[in-house]
Design a protein around this ligand. Structure first.
Ligand SMILES: O=C(O)[C@H](O)[C@@H](O)[C@H](O)[C@H](O)COP(=O)(O)O
Length: 246
């Protein structure tokens, strides 16, 4: 079993600042050791807030030696501001020297697969496999996650086929309870291939789900309970989100 780390911060700003420092340290350590690193980005307020912070405080990260993936994507047109990719580009990726061939967005609904989220999911699984050296999914250095009040992460919502998926690393979601309804998402087997999984969570409305997930709930009830890294699972919380932990 990997380590579980729980860090608590006074408020969202302190949480995001600490997450940014940890992100820089982890990526720089991986790049120093192997000459490369890989991360999975997430949408949502804390996920995009972290990217904005990294824009001004990225330390010694070599952005050109970083593979960048997404944990989920809203299946909307490429120029729709709901897209996690577009938000990540605005917040960070358009402002640092990433290698465009190492940035791997999920397809948009007006992209090469047309309005077919299943085809987009299949294509993203192929992208992961091509970069995985035979295992089907890379051992990401960091998989970032936000979490919803009912415990969802990526687009894995409670009591859905997507959160129960055991084989495929990427699936389409047709009826997400959080809009927009159509999405593409990494599944628990893909999340669990990451070396480190970080859940960056703020707000009192998340406190019950944090306590349930950390306490070992069934992922079918609380999907974040299934978010584990092979080396570490890191909960980065503000005091409000941590308020129902023992
Ligand atoms: O595409 C999405 O909607 C996100 O990936 C989603 O999983 C998000 O991370 C959580 O809902 C937390 O969002 P907040 O940080 O805004 O609460």
């Amino acid at each position: 079993m990997s380590d579980t780390v729980i860090e608590r911060y006074s408020d969202t700003e302190a949480l995001i600042a600490a997450a940014a420092t940890r992100f820089v340290d982890t990526v720089v350590a991986a790049q120093s050791a192997r000459g490369t690193a890989s991360v999975v980005l997430t949408g949502g307020g804390t996920g995009i807030g972290l990217l904005k912070k990294l824009r001004s405080e990225s330390g010694d990260i070599d952005w050109s030696k970083l593979d960048i993936y997404w944990g989920d994507e809203r299946f909307v047109p490429a120029d729709d501001s709901e897209r996690n990719e577009l938000q990540a580009r605005d917040a960070l990726l358009d402002h640092v020297a990433v290698d465009p061939t190492r940035v791997f967005p999920m397809a948009a609904s007006d992209g090469e697969f047309g309005n077919d989220p299943n085809a987009a999911a299949t294509a993203y699984a192929a992208t992961l496999a091509a970069n995985a050296g035979g295992t089907g999914v890379p051992a990401f250095d960091i998989h970032l996650l936000g979490m919803g009040g009912e415990g969802h992460m990526n687009s894995l919502f409670p009591h859905t086929d997507a959160v129960r998926e055991k084989q495929d690393f990427v699936v389409a979601v047709q009826d997400s309870p959080k809009p927009p309804p159509v999405r593409v998402t990494l599944t628990l087997p893909a999340v669990q291939a990451a070396k480190q999984v970080w859940l960056v969570v703020s707000g009192a409305e998340k406190a019950d789900a944090v306590a349930a997930a950390v306490g070992g709930a069934d992922p079918d009830d609380v999907p974040s309970a299934g978010a584990h890294g092979t080396d570490a699972t890191v909960w980065l919380l503000d005091e409000a989100a941590a308020s129902k932990l023992d």
